[in-house]
Design a protein around this ligand. Structure first.
Ligand SMILES: Cc1cc2nc3c(=O)[nH]c(=O)nc-3n(C[C@H](O)[C@H](O)[C@H](O)COP(=O)(O)OP(=O)(O)OC[C@H]3O[C@@H](n4cnc5c(N)ncnc54)[C@H](O)[C@@H]3O)c2cc1C
Length: 481
C-alpha cells in the first residue's frame, strides 16, 4: 500500500476556513472530500491516525452495486428495485427506508464515478450462497488509495493527518458551522461554511461503546481501523443526534488466529477472514464436534460460534477443497493462507487433530459421520445442503493432505450509528435535521437494520461518502435579512 505523502497539500496552520470539513480519511471520507471539491467546494480532510485508510484499507474489497456494466457483461439482470428488496430482506425489514433510498439514489452514479477516477472493479465471485451476485471486487485498499490520491491531487482539498476532530461547533442559529480539532496537543477551530461531514467510522476499538451496545462481542478479535473509537458518534450525540440499529452489532465468523495455540492477538499481525467453509470445509469446535450448517451466512455462524467453548472453531478440509482456492482478494485464497502460516497441514486427519489439540478419535468420527451424510445426500444433523458436488458446498472430506484453519469471531465493523435523512443530513432525536451536519460510511446507522448485506460496508462508505460530499457542497448557508 502506498501512502501518498510528500505531494500532499497539507494545510498550513493559518488556513482555518473551508466550505466543507470532512472528519476521517477512510473510503467514506475520501469519497466525500473529492466529491465536494469537484463540486467546487474548498475542503479540509481530517485524519486522526498516522495515515489515511481506517478500516477501509483492511477490507476484503467487495462493494455492492446493482445494474452495472460488469453485471450486464456477465448476463446478470439487476436493478435498484432488486437491491432494495435484498437490503431490506437482509435487514429483516428493520432498515430505515430513507437511508436505503439514499443508497439507491447514489449507488450506480458512485460506481461509474469511481471507475472514471481509476478504481478497477472486477466481478467478484460471491461466496454468500443463494444470492444474486452484486459484489464488485477491488484489490484490498485499492479503492481508498485511488480516491485518496485524487483527493490529494485536487487543488480544492487540504489534508491534515494526525489531526483529530474533537467537538462540533454550533452557532446560535443551531447550524453546525465548524469543528474543534487537536493536533500535537494543540487545539484549533476550523470553520465549515457549508457543513461538516462525519466519516469517522465505527467504534470497534472502543471497549466502553462495545460494552454498552454489544457486550456479547467484547471478547472478539477487533479488526477495524485502530483509531475507530466512535468519535463521530459522540460528537453528534452531544448535539442531540438520533441513533439507529444499536442493538444489531454483529461479528463475522472466520477471523484467523495466526499464532494458534496462542490465542492472544499478536501486535503487528493483522487477523484476516477466510472462508473454506464456503468451498466444502466442515466446522468443528474444540470438542471436534460440528455445531452448524457450515453454509449459513457468516454473521449467523458467528452468533453460534461465540457460544462454543472459548469461542474457537476449526475449519477442517482436504486437498479437494484446497484445489478450489481462489486468488486474493477472495476470502477463499487458501494457498496464501497456507503459505503465511494461517493453516495447519497434515497427511492424516489424526495427525491434523494432534497438531491443533483436538481429540483424533473425535475428529475422525465427526468427519466419518459427515462423509456418510454426503454419501446419503442429506445432513440430518444441521441440514447442510450436501449432494457431493462442490457446487452444493459440501463433498466428502477424504483426500489428504488435510488442513485446519483455527478461527473465531472478528468484530470488523459496528454497522449501527447516526440516523440520517435521505440527503445524509444527521437528524436529531426529534427527527429534525441538524443543519450543517452530514454523515457517511460506517458512522451511519439505520441502513443495515437487523442484518448485514455483505458488501454494503464498503458500499455504504463510497456511496454515502459521495452523497454526503455532494449534499454538503451544495448546501447554501442561511442568509439573514
Ligand atoms: C477484515 C475486514 C474485511 C472487510 N471486508 C469488507 C468487504 O469486502 N466489503 C465490504 O463492504 N465491507 C467490508 N468490511 C467493512 C468495511 O471495511 C467498512 O464498513 C468500511 O471500510 C467503513 O468505511 P469508513 O470510511 O466509514 O470508515 P473507515 O475506513 O474506518 O475510516 C474512518 C477514518 O476516520 C478516522 N477517524 C476516526 N475518528 C476520527 C476523528 N475524531 N478525527 C479524524 N479522523 C478520525 C479513522 O482513523 C479512519 O481513518 C470489512 C472490514 C474488515 C475489518
Amino acid at each position: 500500500m502506498t501512502v501518498p505523502g510528500p505531494g500532499s497539500p497539507d494545510a498550513g496552520p493559518d488556513e482555518t476556513t473551508f466550505d466543507v470539513v470532512v472528519v476521517g480519511a477512510g473510503l467514506a471520507g475520501n469519497a466525500a472530500a473529492l466529491t465536494a471539491a469537484e463540486a467546487g467546494a474548498t475542503v479540509c480532510l481530517l485524519e486522526k491516525g498516522e495515515a489515511y485508510g481506517g478500516t477501509s484499507v483492511k477490507a476484503g474489497g467487495g462493494l455492492v452495486f446493482a445494474g452495472t456494466d460488469l453485471q450486464d457483461e456477465a448476463g446478470v439482470r439487476d436493478d435498484a428495485e432488486g437491491l432494495r428488496t435484498a437490503i431490506m430482506d437482509a435487514g429483516r425489514g428493520r432498515s430505515d427506508p430513507d437511508t436505503v433510498e439514499a443508497y439507491l439514489d447514489h449507488q450506480l452514479d458512485t460506481y461509474r464515478w469511481m471507475s472514471e477516477r481509476g478504481v478497477a472493479f472486477d466481478y467478484f465471485p460471491d461466496l454468500v450462497p443463494r444470492r444474486l451476485n452484486r459484489l464488485h471486487g477491488t484489490a484490498p485498499g485499492h479503492a481508498t488509495e485511488v480516491l485518496h490520491r485524487c483527493s490529494l491531487a485536487h487543488p480544492g482539498v487540504r489534508y491534515r493527518v494526525r489531526t483529530r476532530g474533537k467537538r462540533l461547533v454550533r452557532g446560535a442559529d443551531g447550524v453546525v458551522g465548524g469543528i474543534v480539532v487537536e493536533s500535537d496537543g494543540t487545539e484549533a477551530v476550523l470553520t465549515a461554511r457549508r457543513g461538516v461531514v462525519l466519516a469517522s467510522g465505527g467504534f470497534v476499538r472502543s471497549d466502553d461503546l462495545v460494552a454498552t451496545f454489544a457486550p456479547e462481542w467484547l471478547l472478539t478479535t477487533r479488526m477495524g481501523g485502530t483509531a475507530n473509537t466512535g468519535d463521530g458518534l459522540r460528537m453528534a450525540w452531544a448535539l442531540g443526534a438520533a441513533v439507529a440499529d444499536m442493538a444489531y452489532v454483529e461479528a463475522s465468523f472466520g477471523a484467523s488466529i495466526p499464532n494458534f495455540p496462542d490465542v492472544a492477538d499478536t501486535p503487528g499481525v493483522e487477523p484476516t477472514l477466510l472462508y473454506p467453509n464456503s468451498q466444502g470445509a466442515v466446522v468443528v469446535n474444540r470438542e471436534a464436534r460440528r455445531f452448524a450448517d457450515e453454509t449459513l451466512p457468516y454473521k449467523e455462524l458467528s452468533a453460534i460460534c461465540v457460544q462454543q467453548p472459548d469461542g474457537i472453531a476449526f475449519m477442517v478440509f482436504d486437498a479437494a477443497v484446497m484445489d478450489r482456492s481462489l486468488p486474493t482478494p477472495s476470502p477463499a485464497d487458501f494457498s496464501t493462507a497456507l503459505a503465511d502460516g494461517r493453516l495447519v497441514e497434515a497427511d492424516t486427519l489424526e495427525g491434523l487433530a494432534e497438531k491443533v489439540g483436538l481429540s483424533p478419535d473425535a475428529l475422525v468420527s465427526t468427519i466419518r459421520r459427515y462423509n456418510g451424510h454426503v454419501d446419503a445426500g442429506n445432513d440430518p444433523d444441521f441440514g447442510r445442503p450436501v449432494d457431493g458436488s462442490p457446487a452444493s458446498g459440501g463433498g466428502r472430506i477424504d483426500t489428504g493432505p488435510f488442513y485446519a484453519y483455527p478461527c473465531r469471531c472478528g468484530l470488523t465493523t459496528t454497522y449501527c450509528g447516526l440516523r440520517v435523512d435521505r440527503s445524509l443530513r444527521v437528524v436529531d432525536v426529534f427527527g429534525e435535521p441538524i443543519e450543517g451536519l452530514f454523515a457517511a460510511g460506517e458512522v451511519v446507522g439505520g441502513f443495515h437494520g437487523a442484518g448485514y448485506y455483505s458488501g454494503t460496508g464498503l458500499g455504504k462508505a463510497a456511496v454515502f461518502g459521495r452523497g454526503a460530499g455532494l449534499a454538503a457542497a451544495e448546501r447554501r448557508p442561511r442568509t439573514t435579512s
